[in-house]
Design a protein around this ligand. Sequence first.
Ligand SMILES: C[S@@+](CC[C@H](N)C(=O)[O-])C[C@H]1O[C@@H](n2cnc3c(N)ncnc32)[C@H](O)[C@@H]1O
Length: 265
Amino acid sequence: MTRRLYKGDPLTPEEREELEDDLIAFCDRELDLLGDIRDLDVLYAGGSSPLWVEGLSQRIGEGGSVTAIDVDAERVDETQASLGKAEFVAPVHLLAGDVFGMPFASATFDLVYSSGLFHELDVKERTAEDALAALHSAARPGGRVATGDFVDSEDAVQLEDERLEAELRREAYASEPYGIGPPQRLVDLHEELLTDVRWQVFPPQRIRHLGKLVLAEDEPTEVFSLPPATARRLRESREAMRGRILSEGYTRPATVYVEGLVQGA
Ligand SMILES: C[S@@+](CC[C@H](N)C(=O)[O-])C[C@H]1O[C@@H](n2cnc3c(N)ncnc32)[C@H](O)[C@@H]1O
């Protein structure tokens, strides 16, 4: 196998195409769980990747809109740049902002949706309950709040990778990621505030060549500024995780989808 990089990409063009096909398939599987979302005004909370934003826009059609809010202003700018002046079926508004301080009047959206937000949430000063309350208050009475995220019900190499990332954030930024837990934890959050809650766990979906990309990543620069014993521990864990990728591939976690209705109409 050649080790040559293709214009700085560790993947060959064919591998890149397969990876992208699998990412699209994963995104489609998750967005299809929302059912019929035609003509809705949707808030996509905690995410801004073009794939997801476009997928939502296509499903919504001309009669609704997508507003995406992501605390990572750089990601939002990148998406804005990559989408350029693309014409969307449903208009798209991208915003840099925090779900804990949403810049919208309450009861604005028909559907408030997040996918992968919760495990990355920093719950050091606010809680996951506060986050769900913020999503809930952005939805109109009779509207819907829906969440997709990874769960730890099956072992997966990606869970180890996410645990390492969370540990790095704790050590380097003193933040406290909510992390990936059992499905019931997210279900309970929804049941506290919403009615008619329904949920389902879905099996892991493979994404070809993701392991190769992870193996090509440099060590996070934050590690260099940590106390030596902490840096050593993180390096050892990272090496163990890389060993697992080499022996078993980059296995992926299962996901949960949970949704409920906002009371009133
Ligand atoms: C795993 S990624 C979500 C991937 C998603 N499917 C997408 O379209 O980008 C989690 C996202 O949540 C964002 N995020 C984390 N905490 C947030 C917060 N408090 N408010 C808004 N966005 C947040 C991160 O910046 C990141 O873009």
